[in-house]
Write a protein that binds this ligand. Structure first.
Ligand code: NAG
Ligand code: NAG
Ligand code: NAG
Ligand code: NAG
Ligand code: NAG
Length: 514
């Protein structure tokens, strides 16, 4: 007899009520809910008028909502490397830009990830969803090599493969994506189980895996780390049929509604299996909104530009911390970043910090004591940053100075001429200066006002000191590419790449002339 997860949950609830809820191990479970390209203004609880995010809004009401929380980079791969290592991307070699299916580089194995640290403490560790830290020869850069006991997901963004069906069989994606790569591959650990993957059923599979993982480990009283890394809400947006045309907001809203549904399910499950009061949940995004697909893109709210830029819209993202009984519901205006999660969690579990330069700080005081953040500064590194143009902007307290500005193809459609790719790298002398407390939209430059001379000098000092300490690792993304490295469930087949299929009911349609 096979039990459904819902039945198992009911059984656990019964057992729980008899035995009482005891945490034999004392170590808190850790759950990251990490969304792709979700902007500061995309959630109901961050002010979006037509998004449907009731579960995330509830998480926010019952948790701590950050208003000045930063992704470590305005782009995917560098941001994810920083989340898992607590280190800015130059240190880990995840620059410039992002990994492609044909990239030969990846996150280096000598980096220490949060998963590795937690596993040493006895945690069961799992990633469900998108990875995007490399693939490489012999799949050497997949998550199982970085402290994850299991991986159920995709190695890249789903626009890095042909994507032809996004909502219904008859409902094509708004963008066919990169037709010259192999089909999007769904991995279970180191094995491709579906290629091309059916995007309309992907989130259902993710939530099922996440449910199994939480349930199994709650039953066995094993502390767990779940890195739930949504494929949503990256373009082209997709969703299961239940969410097609389900929101006023259109295809982006439909994709986001599916995220919201899964967030609701995870939180409810934690409650049902009795670990809610022993689990630290953190919800955030890898970078700001993509603004390249007009009304189908995300939203940065009051912030300037979006993904790919070092303006606020590129890196300031929603951040919600949730832990009933431990984190007091409210709103925090303290400065914090995904970089801070590793050092904070390591302290929380009495783990061992890696003996490397870390860019994060311990924010336990902010989370658990409504205290002040020890973070006073934040360094903005562009997808175009190189050792010659390292730091684009520096935040110090409420001030932000831009030393270089540059637009991005990810923000091509806005009314602001600073955002699109046509805005080439521009050195700002003196640096543009904004007071983000009074001017979060970065409109009113203060750099010529003598009242701010001291602030600019202080920021110069901080920048110089940081640059002197910043050692750039060799670029992993710059390493040679090779199409033979692309994921393929039928290695060596022909004609490549369309022959890489292992799911016959889901054939790739290669359209003539594309
Ligand atoms: C990892 O190895 C590379 C290449 O040998 C080196 O440049 C880098 O500093 C090492 N990183 C760490 C964290 O030890
Ligand atoms: C980790 O969790 C999975 C369930 O997803 C379970 O099958 C596995 O045995 C667990 N591993 C350890 C080391 O606890
Ligand atoms: C859903 O919306 C699309 C446009 O976004 C439209 O073409 C389609 O007919 C709608 N489908 C249904 C079932 O309402
Ligand atoms: C970590 O160590 C502190 C101080 O020794 C102790 O109070 C706390 O319970 C420990 N926490 C865990 C999760 O082991
Ligand atoms: C930006 O740089 C590109 C490449 O160097 C150049 O072709 C283009 O004219 C520049 N654009 C502007 C607006 O200066």
């Amino acid at each position: 007899m096979e039990l459904k997860t819902t039945q198992i949950v009911v059984i656990i609830q019964c057992v729980w009520s008899v035995l009482g809820n005891t945490h034999s191990h004392g170590l808190p479970n850790i759950v990251f809910l990490f969304v792709d390209d979700l902007g500061y203004g995309d959630l109901g609880c961050y002010g979006h008028p037509t998004s449907s995010t009731p579960h995330i809004d509830q998480l926010s009401r019952n948790g701590l909502q950050f208003t000045q929380f930063y992704a470590a980079s305005p782009l995917c791969s560098p941001s994810r490397a920083a989340l898992l290592t607590g280190r800015l991307s130059p240190r880990t070699g995840i620059w410039p830009n992002v990994f492609l299916p044909e990239s030969s580089g990846g996150l280096q194995h000598n980096e220490t990830t949060l998963a590795e640290i937690l596993r040493v403490k006895g945690y069961n560790t799992s990633i469900v969803g998108k990875w995007h830290l490399g693939f490489g020869k012999n799949q050497q850069y997949l998550p199982m090599n970085y402290g994850f006991n299991s991986f159920f997901g995709t190695p890249f963004s789903h626009d890095m493969c042909p994507c032809l069906k996004c909502f219904y069989p008859s409902d094509p994606c708004f963008n066919q994506c990169d037709l010259y790569y192999t089909g999007c591959a769904l991995f279970h650990n180191d094995r491709i189980i579906e290629q091309p993957v059916d995007l309309t059923k992907l989130e259902d599979k993710f939530i099922q895996k996440a449910t199994d993982f939480i349930t199994t480990n709650a039953v066995s009283k094993t502390p767990f780390f779940l890195y739930y890394s949504f494929q949503h809400t990256h373009h082209p947006q997709f969703a299961g049929h239940r969410y097609r045309n389900s929101t006023l907001r259109g295809s982006f809203g439909d994709s986001l509604a599916e995220v919201d549904d899964s967030v609701g399910k995870v939180v409810q499950l934690l409650k049902d299996v009795g670990v809610e009061d022993n689990t630290f949940v953190f919800f955030t995004s890898d970078n700001g909104p993509s603004l390249r697909n007009k009304h189908r893109g995300g939203n940065a709210g009051p912030l300037k530009c979006g993904k790919g830029t070092t303006y606020e819209g590129g890196q300031r993202v929603p951040g919600i911390a949730y832990w009933p009984g431990m984190i007091k519901p409210g709103r925090s205006m303290e400065l914090a970043s995904t970089l801070d999660l590793l050092p904070t969690i390591v302290k929380l579990v009495n783990g061992t910090l890696p003996r490397v330069a870390l860019d994060g700080v311990d924010i336990r005081d902010v989370l658990f004591n409504s205290g002040k953040s020890t973070r006073e500064s934040f360094f903005y590194i562009s997808p175009y940053s190189t050792p010659d143009y390292p730091i684009y902007a520096v935040r110090y307290k409420q001030y932000k100075a831009h030393y270089y500005t540059q637009g991005s193809s990810n923000t091509d459609f806005t009314h602001d001429p600073d955002c699109p790719e046509t805005h080439n790298r521009t050195k700002q002398v003196p640096p543009l200066l904004y007071d983000l407390n009074q001017d979060p939209s970065e409109i009113y430059n203060l750099n010529l006002d003598p009242a701010y001379t001291d602030v600019l000098m202080r920021i110069d000092d901080i920048k110089r000191e940081f640059e002197a300490s910043l050692v750039w690792a060799e670029s992993e993304i710059g390493k040679p590419t090779d199409t033979a490295l692309e994921p393929c469930c039928a290695p060596g087949c022909s004609p490549f790449p369309s022959c890489c299929q292992c799911h016959t009911s889901n054939k790739l349609l290669f359209l003539p002339g594309l």
